[in-house]
Design a protein around this ligand. Structure first.
Ligand code: DC
Length: 224
Protein backbone atom coordinates (compact mmCIF):
# COMPACT_ATOMS: atom_id res chain seq x y z
CA UNK A 1 0.00 0.00 0.00
CA UNK A 2 1.26 3.46 -0.89
CA UNK A 3 -0.04 6.56 0.86
CA UNK A 4 0.99 9.87 -0.72
CA UNK A 5 0.66 13.06 1.31
CA UNK A 6 1.38 16.31 -0.51
CA UNK A 7 0.85 19.96 0.27
CA UNK A 8 2.60 23.27 0.92
CA UNK A 9 5.20 23.92 3.65
CA UNK A 10 4.11 23.38 7.25
CA UNK A 11 0.61 22.11 6.43
CA UNK A 12 1.24 19.31 8.94
CA UNK A 13 2.28 16.63 6.45
CA UNK A 14 5.21 15.13 8.31
CA UNK A 15 3.49 15.16 11.71
CA UNK A 16 0.48 13.20 10.48
CA UNK A 17 2.50 11.02 8.09
CA UNK A 18 4.72 9.85 10.97
CA UNK A 19 1.73 8.99 13.18
CA UNK A 20 -0.04 7.10 10.39
CA UNK A 21 3.11 5.17 9.48
CA UNK A 22 3.57 4.19 13.10
CA UNK A 23 -0.07 3.14 13.57
CA UNK A 24 -0.03 0.96 10.45
CA UNK A 25 3.61 -0.20 10.68
CA UNK A 26 4.36 1.37 7.31
CA UNK A 27 7.70 2.97 6.40
CA UNK A 28 7.67 6.78 6.56
CA UNK A 29 9.64 8.65 3.90
CA UNK A 30 10.13 12.42 4.27
CA UNK A 31 11.08 13.54 0.76
CA UNK A 32 11.46 17.19 1.81
CA UNK A 33 14.30 16.06 4.08
CA UNK A 34 16.01 14.57 1.02
CA UNK A 35 15.93 17.89 -0.88
CA UNK A 36 17.15 19.61 2.27
CA UNK A 37 20.05 17.11 2.44
CA UNK A 38 20.91 17.93 -1.21
CA UNK A 39 20.98 21.63 -0.24
CA UNK A 40 23.26 20.89 2.71
CA UNK A 41 25.58 18.90 0.44
CA UNK A 42 25.73 21.89 -1.96
CA UNK A 43 26.54 24.25 0.90
CA UNK A 44 29.21 22.01 2.42
CA UNK A 45 30.80 21.44 -0.98
CA UNK A 46 30.88 25.24 -1.43
CA UNK A 47 28.75 25.09 -4.55
CA UNK A 48 26.36 27.66 -5.90
CA UNK A 49 22.77 26.49 -5.24
CA UNK A 50 22.09 26.70 -8.97
CA UNK A 51 25.17 24.69 -10.03
CA UNK A 52 23.36 21.58 -11.29
CA UNK A 53 26.36 19.61 -12.68
CA UNK A 54 28.38 20.38 -9.53
CA UNK A 55 25.56 19.34 -7.19
CA UNK A 56 24.88 16.15 -9.18
CA UNK A 57 28.55 15.21 -8.92
CA UNK A 58 28.54 15.94 -5.19
CA UNK A 59 25.43 13.75 -4.77
CA UNK A 60 27.30 10.86 -6.37
CA UNK A 61 29.87 10.89 -3.58
CA UNK A 62 27.47 11.69 -0.72
CA UNK A 63 24.89 8.99 -0.16
CA UNK A 64 21.58 10.07 1.39
CA UNK A 65 19.90 7.43 3.56
CA UNK A 66 17.28 7.15 6.28
CA UNK A 67 18.03 5.18 9.44
CA UNK A 68 15.99 4.55 12.55
CA UNK A 69 17.60 6.16 15.60
CA UNK A 70 15.86 5.82 18.97
CA UNK A 71 12.60 4.95 17.23
CA UNK A 72 12.86 7.99 14.95
CA UNK A 73 13.53 8.16 11.22
CA UNK A 74 16.75 10.19 10.90
CA UNK A 75 18.46 11.30 7.71
CA UNK A 76 22.15 10.73 7.03
CA UNK A 77 24.67 12.03 4.52
CA UNK A 78 27.25 9.26 4.41
CA UNK A 79 27.73 8.38 8.09
CA UNK A 80 26.69 11.79 9.43
CA UNK A 81 23.28 12.32 11.01
CA UNK A 82 22.07 15.64 9.56
CA UNK A 83 18.48 15.57 10.82
CA UNK A 84 18.95 18.81 12.80
CA UNK A 85 21.21 20.64 10.38
CA UNK A 86 18.81 20.33 7.42
CA UNK A 87 16.26 22.43 9.37
CA UNK A 88 18.56 25.47 9.68
CA UNK A 89 17.04 28.69 8.24
CA UNK A 90 19.92 28.88 5.74
CA UNK A 91 18.88 25.53 4.27
CA UNK A 92 15.16 26.42 4.29
CA UNK A 93 15.97 29.62 2.40
CA UNK A 94 17.79 27.81 -0.42
CA UNK A 95 16.06 24.44 -0.74
CA UNK A 96 13.52 25.73 -3.29
CA UNK A 97 16.36 26.60 -5.67
CA UNK A 98 18.07 23.22 -5.32
CA UNK A 99 14.81 21.25 -5.52
CA UNK A 100 13.90 23.03 -8.78
CA UNK A 101 16.93 21.50 -10.57
CA UNK A 102 15.65 18.83 -12.97
CA UNK A 103 18.65 16.51 -12.53
CA UNK A 104 18.45 16.67 -8.75
CA UNK A 105 14.73 15.85 -8.87
CA UNK A 106 15.30 12.93 -11.21
CA UNK A 107 17.89 11.49 -8.86
CA UNK A 108 15.70 11.93 -5.79
CA UNK A 109 12.57 10.57 -7.49
CA UNK A 110 14.50 7.43 -8.53
CA UNK A 111 15.74 7.00 -4.98
CA UNK A 112 12.23 7.57 -3.55
CA UNK A 113 10.69 4.97 -5.86
CA UNK A 114 13.41 2.51 -4.90
CA UNK A 115 12.76 3.14 -1.20
CA UNK A 116 9.03 2.59 -1.73
CA UNK A 117 9.91 -0.69 -3.54
CA UNK A 118 8.03 -3.62 -2.10
CA UNK A 119 7.13 -2.19 1.31
CA UNK A 120 4.07 -0.25 2.41
CA UNK A 121 4.91 3.43 2.69
CA UNK A 122 3.59 6.78 3.77
CA UNK A 123 5.52 9.32 1.72
CA UNK A 124 5.17 13.06 2.09
CA UNK A 125 6.28 15.86 -0.19
CA UNK A 126 5.07 18.05 -3.03
CA UNK A 127 4.91 15.73 -6.05
CA UNK A 128 4.30 12.29 -4.55
CA UNK A 129 0.75 11.82 -5.85
CA UNK A 130 1.50 13.45 -9.21
CA UNK A 131 4.98 12.14 -10.07
CA UNK A 132 6.75 9.87 -7.59
CA UNK A 133 3.92 7.41 -6.85
CA UNK A 134 1.20 8.18 -9.41
CA UNK A 135 -0.47 4.83 -8.65
CA UNK A 136 -0.61 5.33 -4.88
CA UNK A 137 -3.83 3.83 -3.49
CA UNK A 138 -4.38 6.84 -1.23
CA UNK A 139 -3.54 10.43 -2.14
CA UNK A 140 -4.01 13.27 0.31
CA UNK A 141 -3.46 16.97 -0.33
CA UNK A 142 -3.12 18.92 2.92
CA UNK A 143 -3.65 22.67 2.94
CA UNK A 144 -3.87 25.33 5.69
CA UNK A 145 -3.82 29.13 5.82
CA UNK A 146 -0.36 30.72 5.50
CA UNK A 147 -0.75 32.31 8.95
CA UNK A 148 -1.52 29.06 10.74
CA UNK A 149 1.35 27.35 8.91
CA UNK A 150 3.73 30.14 10.01
CA UNK A 151 2.62 29.72 13.63
CA UNK A 152 3.24 25.96 13.38
CA UNK A 153 6.70 26.47 11.85
CA UNK A 154 7.58 28.98 14.60
CA UNK A 155 6.64 26.50 17.33
CA UNK A 156 8.37 23.67 15.49
CA UNK A 157 11.68 25.60 15.34
CA UNK A 158 11.37 26.42 19.04
CA UNK A 159 10.66 22.81 19.94
CA UNK A 160 13.62 21.60 17.92
CA UNK A 161 15.81 24.15 19.72
CA UNK A 162 16.77 25.84 16.44
CA UNK A 163 17.70 29.49 16.98
CA UNK A 164 15.96 31.98 14.69
CA UNK A 165 15.34 35.72 15.12
CA UNK A 166 12.34 35.61 12.82
CA UNK A 167 8.86 36.65 13.92
CA UNK A 168 5.74 34.70 12.91
CA UNK A 169 5.03 37.42 10.31
CA UNK A 170 8.51 37.04 8.75
CA UNK A 171 8.11 33.26 8.68
CA UNK A 172 4.70 33.71 7.02
CA UNK A 173 6.37 35.79 4.31
CA UNK A 174 9.12 33.16 3.84
CA UNK A 175 6.49 30.42 3.58
CA UNK A 176 4.48 32.40 1.01
CA UNK A 177 7.65 32.90 -1.07
CA UNK A 178 8.53 29.21 -0.88
CA UNK A 179 4.96 28.20 -1.81
CA UNK A 180 5.17 30.47 -4.82
CA UNK A 181 8.51 29.02 -5.96
CA UNK A 182 7.42 25.42 -5.32
CA UNK A 183 4.16 25.92 -7.23
CA UNK A 184 5.66 27.76 -10.19
CA UNK A 185 8.80 25.76 -10.96
CA UNK A 186 8.93 24.00 -14.31
CA UNK A 187 9.63 20.45 -13.11
CA UNK A 188 7.02 18.71 -10.92
CA UNK A 189 5.50 21.81 -9.32
CA UNK A 190 3.46 21.52 -6.14
CA UNK A 191 0.06 20.54 -7.44
CA UNK A 192 -2.90 18.56 -6.20
CA UNK A 193 -3.27 15.26 -8.07
CA UNK A 194 -6.66 14.95 -9.79
CA UNK A 195 -7.53 11.92 -7.63
CA UNK A 196 -6.25 13.36 -4.31
CA UNK A 197 -8.50 14.12 -1.34
CA UNK A 198 -7.98 17.68 -0.11
CA UNK A 199 -8.04 18.33 3.63
CA UNK A 200 -7.86 21.86 5.06
CA UNK A 201 -6.09 21.50 8.42
CA UNK A 202 -6.34 25.18 9.48
CA UNK A 203 -8.92 24.50 12.18
CA UNK A 204 -8.26 20.81 12.78
CA UNK A 205 -6.29 19.05 15.49
CA UNK A 206 -3.57 16.59 14.52
CA UNK A 207 -5.69 13.64 15.65
CA UNK A 208 -8.65 14.82 13.55
CA UNK A 209 -6.44 14.94 10.45
CA UNK A 210 -5.00 11.50 11.27
CA UNK A 211 -8.48 10.04 11.70
CA UNK A 212 -9.63 11.47 8.38
CA UNK A 213 -6.64 10.01 6.53
CA UNK A 214 -7.02 6.64 8.27
CA UNK A 215 -10.64 6.60 7.11
CA UNK A 216 -9.47 7.18 3.52
CA UNK A 217 -6.96 4.33 3.87
CA UNK A 218 -9.70 2.01 5.19
CA UNK A 219 -11.95 2.97 2.28
CA UNK A 220 -9.26 2.11 -0.23
CA UNK A 221 -8.40 -1.17 1.55
CA UNK A 222 -12.04 -2.23 1.16
CA UNK A 223 -11.76 -1.62 -2.56
CA UNK A 224 -8.67 -3.86 -2.85
O1 DC B 1 8.61 19.68 3.31
P1 DC B 1 9.86 20.55 3.44
O2 DC B 1 9.55 21.96 3.83
O3 DC B 1 10.90 19.94 4.34
O4 DC B 1 10.48 20.59 1.96
C1 DC B 1 11.65 21.29 1.65
C2 DC B 1 11.62 21.77 0.22
O5 DC B 1 11.80 20.69 -0.66
C3 DC B 1 10.37 22.50 -0.22
O6 DC B 1 10.63 23.88 -0.40
C4 DC B 1 10.01 21.92 -1.56
C5 DC B 1 10.96 20.80 -1.78
N1 DC B 1 10.29 19.53 -2.01
C6 DC B 1 10.02 19.18 -3.31
O7 DC B 1 10.28 19.97 -4.21
N2 DC B 1 9.47 17.98 -3.59
C7 DC B 1 9.18 17.12 -2.60
N3 DC B 1 8.64 15.94 -2.91
C8 DC B 1 9.41 17.47 -1.26
C9 DC B 1 9.97 18.70 -0.99
Amino acid sequence: MQVAIDGPASAGKSTVAKIIAQKLSFIYIDTGAMYRACTLIARDTHLDYGDEPGILQALDSNEITFRTVAGQQDIFIGSKNVSQEIRLPEISANVSQVSALAGVRQKMVNLQRKMAGQVSVVMDGRDIGTTVLPHAEVKIFLVASAHSRAKRRFLDLQQRGIKSDKTVEQIEQDIAERDYKDSHREVSPLKKAADAVEIDTTNMTISQVVEEILAEIKKSQKKL
